[in-house]
Design a protein. Structure first.
Length: 462
């Protein structure tokens, strides 16, 4: 029996980052992972492979739509789907083997197999029981299925199956206009599929600042994605590898159908805690299946902690990573902390959409006295040169103190641009602080400064 200071269950962004930080802080660490490779959903079947396909399909879009305008003539490339998938697989293995290297470098033991916790202080993998002073559960999440919709990962797929379809479908129906549905829907649209998104709510991307969400939907429509909003999917029938999606319109209860070659179920994810033995341990759970934790990620059983998608909060890799680092610091006797008010969210479509802090709707609801500074990428020279002038930066600041309360960007590199606002918010900055910071010209980030200027005496280029 081997014994450790910490055993982490799960090697996704929460678990592997926690393991590395624990090792850096001098703790003896092991990480249990049952997949063939490290990195969890994110690296194997989530964030990273989807970004590879988004990148490749965006290059095709550029070749088809913008190359000739720049004097780059010739036939647009055709899609070699097999090669695109193999590029995606290379990206995955480059990243997962990178984590394996980091584990070796930091002397972290990878215990291969699926873990259960027979009692506090013990982790069972296969027939072996390992001892640990502390256990961190970072077991992540799995696809939340819909009643009447049976995922076979061929005709009815989750995000996992959507990353390795046999071919680009002629028609893809996406259930759910959230992050996964829109990212993967964009990929297949650009690769030539007809894409229809069926969404329960009356808007896409629930929880997003409404102005951004509206503008995002318009841009996606311009790219050819079709939307059926306000529609509850009732079920999907598959016959001879063809699917028929049945949905009801919420406004009048009328029933409709939509044929598809492939149906992507993107209606959310739920915590994955199967097989851990949490019930027998008596670990307290939240109503929606997440593990209950206190402000320091401790569960109701002493010596057992939980982070990431398995607990409450946004199901985002970087939120899990921050919790992983913070809980490692707690276990090493330091004071780990996560600022949940400053966690950015990004959708990696083109244009990208990124946000941090409060939406305008949340500020209204809270009765806050706020002001809005907005700047369109149409006024940004770099964006115009790069055919990327769709979208805007919107900064929300307190009307009295000028402190930044939230920011929402739709436009080129929004997922990178958002971070200067995150840093500003971490430092409690006012919009004027951003506005008075020199930004290099010509960069997309000038649009952020201009939006900050618009919170004060006005943007220059609008
Ligand atoms: P989501 O929660 O973002 O969106 C699900 C959508 O499905 C919602 O709009 C919901 O109203 C709709 N829906 C639910 N039931 C329905 C029904 N019966 N008929 C029609 N529509 C229905 O979930 P999604 O996109 O599956 O993503 C899961 C998680 O993964 C999210 O927490 C997301 O943040 C995370 N993720 C993050 C990414 C990123 O940060 N770029 C990328 C991919 C996933």
């Amino acid at each position: 029996m081997s014994s450790y200071d910490v055993i982490i269950i799960g090697s996704g962004p929460g678990g592997y980052v926690c393991a590395i930080r624990c090792a850096q802080l001098g703790l003896k660490v092991a990480c249990v992972e049952g997949r063939e490779t490290l990195g969890g959903t994110c690296l194997n079947v989530g964030c990273i492979p989807s970004k590879a396909l988004l990148h490749a399909s965006h290059q095709l879009h550029e070749a088809e739509h913008n190359f000739a305008k720049m004097g780059l003539k010739g036939k647009a490339p055709s899609v070699d789907w097999k090669q695109m998938l193999s590029y995606k697989d290379d990206v995955i293995s480059g990243n997962t083997s990178g984590i394996e290297f980091l584990f070796k470098k930091n002397k972290i033991d990878w215990i291969k197999g699926w873990a259960s916790i027979p009692e506090a202080g013990k982790v069972k993998v296969g027939d072996e029981v390992h001892e640990a002073k502390n256990i961190v559960i970072a077991s992540g999440s799995e696809v939340a299925t819909l009643p009447g919709v049976e995922i076979d990962e061929k005709t009815i797929v989750s995000s996992t199956g959507a990353l390795e379809l046999g071919k680009v479908p002629n028609k893809l129906v996406v259930i759910g206009a959230g992050v996964i549905g829109l990212e993967l829907g964009s990929v297949y649209k650009r690769l030539g599929a007809e894409v229809k998104v069926i969404e329960f709510l009356d808007t896409i991307t629930p929880g997003m600042d409404a102005e951004v969400s509206k503008s995002f939907q318009k841009l996606l429509k311009k790219q050819g994605l079709e939307f059926q909003l306000g529609a509850a999917v009732q079920g999907v029938d598959v016959k001879n590898n063809k699917a028929k999606v049945t949905y009801k319109l919420r406004k009048d209860d009328s029933e409709h159908t939509e044929d598809a070659d492939v149906v992507l179920v993107a209606t959310g994810r739920k915590p994955y805690t199967d097989g851990l033995g949490l019930e027998a341990l008596g670990i307290a759970m939240e109503k929606r299946g997440q593990i209950k934790t206190d402000a320091h990620w401790a569960t109701s059983v002493k010596g057992i902690y939980a982070i990431g998608d398995a607990i409450t909060g946004p199901m985002l890799a970087h939120k899990a990573e921050d919790e992983g680092m913070a809980v490692a610091e707690v276990l090493a006797g330091q004071k780990g902390h996560v600022n949940y008010n400053v966690i950015p969210g990004v959708i990696y479509t083109h244009p990208e959409v990124a946000s941090v802090g409060a939406t305008e709707e949340q500020l209204k609801e809270a009765g806050r006295n706020y002001k809005v500074g907005k700047f369109s990428f149409m006024g940004n020279g770099r964006a115009k040169a790069n055919f990327a002038a769709d979208g805007f930066v919107k900064i929300l600041a307190d009307k009295d103190t000028d402190r930044i309360l939230g920011a929402h960007i739709i436009g080129p590199m929004a997922g990178d641009l958002i971070h200067e606002i995150c840093v500003a918010m971490e430092f409690g900055a006012a919009a004027e602080d951003l506005a008075r910071t020199c930004h290099a010209h010509p960069t997309y980030s000038e649009a952020v400064r201009e939006a900050a200027l618009a919170c004060g005496d006005g943007a220059i280029h609008s």
